[in-house]
Design a protein around this ligand. Structure first.
Ligand SMILES: [Zn+2]
Length: 179
């Protein structure tokens, strides 16, 4: 989940200082400190068949997220929502303060999930950058990634700048170590 946060300047500075410290603290191995795994588990296959639907801005962002996850060991493709799929990425306006939400409706078993849903909130994500960050971030959760404190990854939680729409090498290493 990406929580919407309205911070005053002082709080932002504290956040950035903490993020810098966390970045420096991350050494080797690259996947050792990812902030835990997603509560929704890890999608149980690298063959992601993604049904993309809902608001067009969200659909574009989901397509973008596919291009960001595919350089990893994951092989994601957009498929018709009338057929078989194991990821649903749906964009709408949700009456809450979050940007995106990834769930495992069937329940997590042994850390894995067979079907994941991604919800993108058009009520809070209003720019292309926010849409892309949210979609790519949630796709990271589909792969099992948890949150990070860094200025180089989309896996940060919150809206404090910089809003990064890409995975860094730490994220991709973690995904590839998972599968
Ligand atoms: Zn999140």
């Amino acid at each position: 989940m990406v929580r919407r946060q309205v911070r005053r300047l002082g709080a932002v500075l504290v956040t950035l200082t903490a993020a810098t410290a966390a970045t420096l603290a991350v050494a080797t191995p690259a996947h050792a400190s990812h902030g835990g795994t997603a509560a929704s588990g890890i999608l149980n296959t690298t063959a992601w068949r993604v049904c993309i639907s809902g608001w067009t801005d969200g659909q574009s962002a989901s397509s973008y997220a596919i291009t960001q996850i595919n350089p990893t060991d994951v092989n994601a493709s957009s498929v018709a929502c009338t057929g078989s799929y194991n990821v649903s990425s749906y964009a709408a306006s949700y009456p809450d303060s979050w940007y995106g939400l990834t769930s495992c409706p069937g329940g997590v078993s042994g850390g894995y999930c067979t079907y994941k849903t991604v919800q993108l909130n058009g009520r809070t994500a209003t720019t292309t950058t926010q849409w892309r960050k949210t979609a790519t971030h949630e796709f990271g959760h589909v792969a099992g990634l948890g949150h990070r404190s860094t200025n180089s990854s989309c896996m940060t939680s919150g809206a404090a700048p910089p809003i990064v729409t890409t995975f860094d090498s730490h994220d991709t290493d973690a995904i590839n170590a998972t599968y």
